[in-house]
Design a protein around this ligand. Sequence first.
Ligand code: RAM
Length: 486
Amino acid sequence: MKDKNYFLAKAQENMPELHCRNIIPDATEFVASDGDSILLDLGQHAVGHFSFTFDRVDVFVDAPVRLIIKFGEDMREINDDFSEYKGVLSKTWLQEELINLDYPQKITLPRRYACKYIKITIDRTTRPIRLFDFSFCASTSADVSVLKPINSNDALLNKIDIVATNTLKECIQTVFEDGPKRDRRLWIGDLRLEALTNYYTFNNLEIVRRCLYLFAAGECNELGFLPSFVYETPYYHSGEAHIEDYALLFVVSVCDYYEHTNDISVVNDLLDICKSQLDCFKSTLDDDSIVTKQNGWFAFIDWCPGLEVMTSLQGVYLYALERFAGLLKAIGDDDCENYTSLLPKVRLASKNHLYNENRNVFINSRDNNQFSVHSQVWMILGGVIDGEEAKKLLLNCLDNKKAMQPCTPYMHHYVVEAMLKLGMKDEAVQYLKKLWGGMVELGADTFWEAYVPDDLDFSPYNDRMINSLCHAWSCTPSYFIRKYEL
Ligand code: RAM
């Protein structure tokens, strides 16, 4: 019987091994007094545990020593004043500890951090102290020895690939985490993009299976949709959010997995769940075959404030439906026709009801007549429009100040995917260089959760300090560069 326990057992069977290595920062020892601070540079982004030793210099310490230890993914984070934080997510994600040490000792901080820099401030000591033996035990389950460099003639693409694979490596822990600083958990949208990139880089199939099974074990909401995230520690718990587009992307992730591995046993385990996701979604279509908002719904698509998402969501549905119909055909499933026959019908309906013939663009009342790149991209990926008409539409909206533009590399990914679907290889390279290359030029060692070139302070959470600077969904340039030989 394929129930929660079955799926959890499968997830456990596919637990990857974490590889750990010690990184010694640029400095080995400090003698410090009250108020001094020390900056340690790991020379690279790392995810793991920090340890050091503290001892007296001469006179024995007669009172606890209080240290403030701050971890930054970049120097901006180190210099930020966390007391000014005003974001909507919990301040506790900001990586800063205040510790009191009663006597000389070696200490390993219990929490895991994601950082390149560590700043230690001696908040209070009555005597000079010595800090030394700094060490950072970094972990990943990615096997870096299997990664081949791309050796492109284009220096910027080489650099983008290095930063992208580094981003993925840092997020591959015992699940595909979204970001090792925050939220440090498995989300479907991130999983899909990490798994794709993983196939062309570290090719760790175990972790893909583990993540798919962890979702399969999750509790669906009353509409039947999978949870969009799960926790794995200290025990399994499926997340409270149910994002519709993510539920559909679970289906796509299973299709990607099969396409890459031909592993029918996993597909057989997950097939009914995939069918149920598409069936639940279908039941939300109205008489015109267009998706309708349900009570308590949350569709993600991108983090742009005020983004209307119905057209995009319809596109995600078609995108998943097409992939799933392809999978059913490949494995000779009896239900294939049921899904395949929906495609032309829903595509035609989407063109009829969501496209504005006068303006030649997907703008409609269901999205409050909002003009967004997102709607155009997802209608292209959903196969509602293609060929020259689609190319023109895509270039026009990307060049149009009135169109809402993507604000995360997650959505930028789907822009590039749409370009490649339409055979726009040169434009895809230019776009990669502009967006991900822009982060490289700003000194990124790993790619960021959000990136708006004209507004470097942009945050989906109302404060840049909480943004993750090593975010899984940003790793896909390596997928594009390697798969399409860009
Ligand atoms: C953010 C997470 C994750 C994403 C969700 C929708 O909070 O970091 O990357 O999948 O939002």
